[in-house]
Design a protein around this ligand. Structure first.
Ligand code: 5GP
Length: 191
């Protein structure tokens, strides 16, 4: 998506060959109009898929997913980070390894908010090694819901998550795909 690529070039900060900072429009200060355009693009791509639930993960996915939920006219559910293992059975639960913090954490979704009638579009800000998406996909499976696909803002396609998940048959629609990035040579996109 050209608009997003242009914004990444203009305002993205390449912190290393692996980490891109987009906190001036996506992760800290948020450009809501840009998010609305992104949501419309996902809506165009998933128009015939009868999405009736958006699922994301706390915290950075929530803003993007919120606007997407408005455009898809359906509820947004976000997987919450949990401090302890859930034993009461009221939640679907799985563990995720954080890309940014290199820690493992538990995520939960209440069984009240995800179930067999749901046709789920997963939304997230970044796709790197795919741990966050894998965790969300597991929650969808536990719920017996149908996974329609995943809408990602920025995929770093030089990292292995996208390839692996597509090989598993999961549809992933990334609005910007970064082939490589470097502080000196800049960002190269793949189309
Ligand atoms: P993955 O689980 O695919 O390895 O990483 C995805 C998660 O890590 C995203 O939810 C995002 O919050 C974070 N992440 C991964 N790569 C980057 C990056 O380059 N920049 C930022 N800001 N977050 C990232």
């Amino acid at each position: 998506m050209r608009l997003l690529e242009e914004r990444i070039i203009k305002d993205g900060l390449v912190l290393s060959d692996e980490v891109l900072k987009v906190d001036s429009f996506l992760n800290h200060q948020i450009d809501v109009r840009l998010l609305a355009e992104m949501a419309k693009e996902w809506k165009r791509r998933f128009s015939s898929d009868q999405v009736n639930k958006i699922l994301t993960i706390e915290a950075s996915g929530i803003a993007i997913a919120c606007i997407a939920a408005e455009i898809f006219d359906c509820p947004l559910v976000f997987a919450k980070k949990a401090l302890t293992r859930n034993i009461a059975g009221a939640f679907f639960q799985t563990s995720v390894t954080s890309f940014t913090h290199e820690t493992v954490y538990e995520v939960i979704v209440s069984k009240r908010f995800l179930g067999p009638d749901d046709r789920v579009l997963i939304i997230d800000d970044f796709l790197a090694n795919g741990a966050a998406l894998t965790g969300l996909v597991k929650l969808v499976k536990q719920a017996g819901a149908t996974l329609v696909g995943c809408g990602i803002a920025i995929e770093k396609s030089f990292q292995k998550g996208g390839d692996r998940l597509r090989k598993e048959g999961i549809r992933i629609e990334s609005l910007a795909r970064i082939r490589s990035m470097n502080q000196d040579s800049g960002i190269e996109f793949e189309h």
